[in-house]
Design a protein around this ligand. Structure first.
Ligand code: ADP
Length: 305
């Protein structure tokens, strides 16, 4: 597992991470969220021993990275896939890493297969697309079949097939009992991949929770369409609901969700059943009645505001 204990990292006059404490447990995918500059990469770099903490500690399997006895078999990481030297082939790059870590050559072949790069193994990395570089970075992280994986924005540059592949891979690695920490700014993808969430802002912990708990805390609404929208709105408000009229398509005011048809109401404070009952009593036809859960993006924006 990973333990971050009262971690602070100051660069010159910038306090990148401030008194941050959290654990990342095995058997789960943990998402690491925060706006740009929140301190995610810094935290990952300190965990990986690339940057020294100003104070506090970050431990992998109970020790600092540099004290791990067999580092490549204990932790794999991908921070910036563009950092890889372009002159070598994918095979030679992984082979050099494997050699340094005492890992057999057959594992290089295996891992290239696993990330879908077997066909490009002998090609120079310089000619790789961003998505191929991401796959290569993930291959390097998986080389030692480590129990702990740390991936910074691994989804960037992957095509839809690649995104789905990575999601399945990360979930299966967690199901095998590994510890998986990943950052991503793609909220929908994160909500499909992560079981737990660590959310930080300005270097400090905001949330350490499960995806399910977080979403359940953010009230969804009920989308209602009725040809008697005005009368229904009056009845709903009289019953204590809050009613927003959804944006008509093409309207200029920005909306957090997709544009909605005119006549659509977004109702909070009453269940779909109660809304249906009220509509019946008030003689209002209902053309749609859809309960909607808050999205991770909506929850994230509200929390980090
Ligand atoms: P995130 O990964 O969440 O976008 P970072 O950890 O990259 O955030 O950055 C946190 C803050 O620390 C930012 O203000 C950033 O400019 C600063 N920072 C990050 N790395 C360095 C560095 N090597 N030197 C100076 N400042 C840095």
């Amino acid at each position: 597992m990973i333990e971050v204990i009262d971690l602070t990292k100051v660069y010159g006059s910038t306090r990148a991470v401030s008194g941050l404490t959290f654990d990342v447990k095995p058997g789960q995918v943990t998402g690491f969220l925060g706006h740009n500059g929140a301190g995610k990469s810094t935290t990952m770099r300190v965990i990986l021993g690339l940057h020294k903490p100003t104070s506090g500690r970050a431990l992998i399997n109970g020790v600092r990275k540099r004290d791990l006895r067999d580092p490549m078999r204990e932790v794999g990481a991908m921070l910036d896939a563009t950092e890889v030297q372009g002159g070598r082939s994918a095979f030679d790059h992984l082979q050099a890493l494997a050699h340094a870590g005492g890992i057999a050559r057959r594992r290089v072949v295996e891992v290239l297969e696993e990330v879908g790069l077997a066909g490009a193994a002998r090609k120079r990395i310089a000619g790789f697309s961003h998505g191929m570089r991401q796959r290569l970075g993930i291959a390097a992280a998986l080389l030692g079949e480590p129990g702990v994986l740390i991936l910074d924005e691994p989804v960037n540059g992957l095509d839809p097939d690649g995104i789905r592949w990575l999601r399945t891979l990360l979930r299966s690695l967690a199901a095998e009992g590994r510890t998986v920490l990943l950052s991503s700014h793609l909220m929908t993808e994160m909500s499909l991949t992560a079981d737990r969430l660590i959310i930080i802002g300005r270097g400090q912990l905001i949330e350490d929770t499960t995806m399910a708990e977080l979403l359940s805390r953010f009230q969804g609404d009920v989308s209602v369409r009725s040809p008697h929208a005005t009368r229904l709105t009056g009845a709903l408000e009289a019953a204590g609901a809050t009613v927003r009229r959804a944006q008509a398509p093409g309207a200029s005011t920005p909306s957090t969700s997709v544009s909605r048809a005119e006549g659509e109401l977004l109702v909070t404070g009453l269940s779909a059943a109660a809304i249906g009952d009220l509509a019946l009593v008030n003689g209002c036809a209902i053309h749609e009645l859809t309960p909607r859960q808050a999205s991770l993006e909506e929850a994230f924006m509200e929390i980090t505001q």
